[in-house]
Design a protein around this ligand. Structure first.
Ligand code: GLY
Ligand code: MN
Ligand code: MN
Length: 416
């Protein structure tokens, strides 16, 4: 039902005569005859709820048709059951269903000269055409001799505002990931390797039938200064920090949490100095989030606090040097995709927060070896990341169960 409502809502935002064509992914080869675990295309999933690979939905005010893989006894014995063409209309609330290989044959009957077609060429992994999405696009173009209108901007506007059910899923994903971060704090000790900590996340997510929403970053010591470090292979050293950026998916909805804490449970003075700047920046950035506030305000607020803090510690001399130590933005939208859809700009101005949006807030400081900086700070990389829902009255931190105060972390890690 929810998917039907979404299709109707989408059509109400498009031109008269709109026909939407939206496809999901194909399975992606990993090596030989081994595929990566399949994950549906987010737009397709949002509009249909259908989770099999190789499918296309075509819908207008008059008709909803689905193209999907036909039943195949041998393939189903080897690889798993398929919904199939006969059962698809009832299950997906469609008017009709066809074998996906009949797409270019049947699509004529679903479109006429007055149709305004909304379609995005599939990205990497798109339907049946992994390497040449342009051919796919071209094929559709040449058949209808019409200009294709981009669909993404319209779906993105819808996906940007989460309804109650989506928020429920995101709260569950945040709770599960927060719990896994707490367990990692308990597990951590010198002599283990980063992959032991990673394995804790794998296990905690899988035990609740969840998956990582993105490759986890488990970065001890100076590895934390590599923003997308995913080797997760080094030994945990006494006296170092560990930065963990890990989140999971519940019914497709992501959490995205980062915590940084001392491997041995006790911050050094230098680590505390940097951590406190990041935490102050993060708390102030979160406090700035409410309906009507600029979506760039958290970044402005966090950048100012980090700038002042680093100048005070004589780690940098002028605000112009900030990007050497803080080189990413303070947040991104979160939803079905970890870097979720929705532009930050509307008509070249930062859009305002609206109740129902979910953003991350994730300031950080990364100090690589540099002879101009006191060596006690070398190799410190700290990021603190929470998932924040904009509410009518301000905001709610979905990931609040993951502790982040220095005292709270040290106390928690010292408990048996
Ligand atoms: N985990 C990716 C990010 O924080 O944006
Ligand atoms: Mn993030
Ligand atoms: Mn993250």
């Amino acid at each position: 039902m929810i998917h039907q409502k979404r299709r109707q809502e989408l059509l109400s935002r498009l031109s008269k005569g709109a026909v939407v064509i939206v496809s999901t992914n194909s399975e992606q080869k990993r090596n030989s005859d081994v595929c990566y675990p399949f994950r549906p295309d987010s737009n397709f999933w949002y509009l249909t709820g259908f989770e099999e690979p190789d499918a296309i939905a075509v819908f207008s005010e008059k008709n909803y048709s689905v193209f999907l893989r036909p039943k195949d006894e041998t393939k189903e014995i080897w690889n798993g059951l398929r919904l199939g063409v006969d059962l698809a209309p009832k299950k997906l609330l469609a008017d009709q269903a066809f074998d996906i290989d009949k797409f270019f044959e049947k699509i004529h009957s679903l479109i006429n000269n007055k149709s305004v077609i909304y379609f995005d060429a599939p990205g990497n992994g798109g339907w049946k055409d992994n390497s040449s999405t342009n051919i796919h696009n071209h094929k559709i173009n040449s058949i209808y001799e019409s200009v294709l209108h981009p669909l993404n901007p319209h779906i993105s506007e819808m996906r940007l505002i989460k309804d109650k059910n989506e928020v429920k899923n995101m709260q569950k994903a945040a709770n599960l990931a927060a719990d896994a971060h707490l367990k990692a704090m308990k597990l951590s000790q010198p002599g283990l390797f980063e992959y032991h900590i990673t394995a804790g996340f794998d296990s905690n997510f899988r035990k609740r039938n969840s998956e990582h929403a993105y490759p986890p970053i488990v970065a001890s010591g100076e590895n934390a200064c590599i923003l997308h470090y995913t080797e997760n292979s080094k030994e945990l050293k006494d006296g170092d920090l560990i930065l963990i950026d890990a989140g999971c998916e519940i019914n497709g909805y992501a959490s995205d949490i980062t915590r940084t804490f001392p491997i041995n449970g006790k911050f050094t003075d230098a680590q505390k100095e940097i951590y406190e700047i990041v935490l102050d920046a993060q708390r102030a950035a979160i406090a700035s989030i409410k309906p009507g506030a600029s979506s760039n305000l958290p970044h402005e607020v966090a950048s100012e606090i980090i700038t002042k803090g680093l100048i005070k510690l004589e780690i940098m001399k002028t605000p112009n040097d900030l990007s050497k130590f803080y080189m990413h933005n303070t947040g991104h939208w979160l939803g079905l995709d970890v870097h979720d859809v929705g532009s930050k700009l509307v008509e070249n101005k930062f859009r305002e927060f609206i109740s129902g949006m979910v953003t991350t807030v994730e300031p950080g400081i990364y100090i690589r070896k540099d002879d101009r900086i006191d060596s006690k700070y070398w190799g410190i990389g700290i990021r603190i990341e929470d998932d924040v829902l904009v509410t009518e009255s301000g905001n709610h931190v979905l990931s609040e169960k993951a502790i982040k105060d220095i005292d709270a972390i040290e106390h928690f890690m010292s408990e048996a």
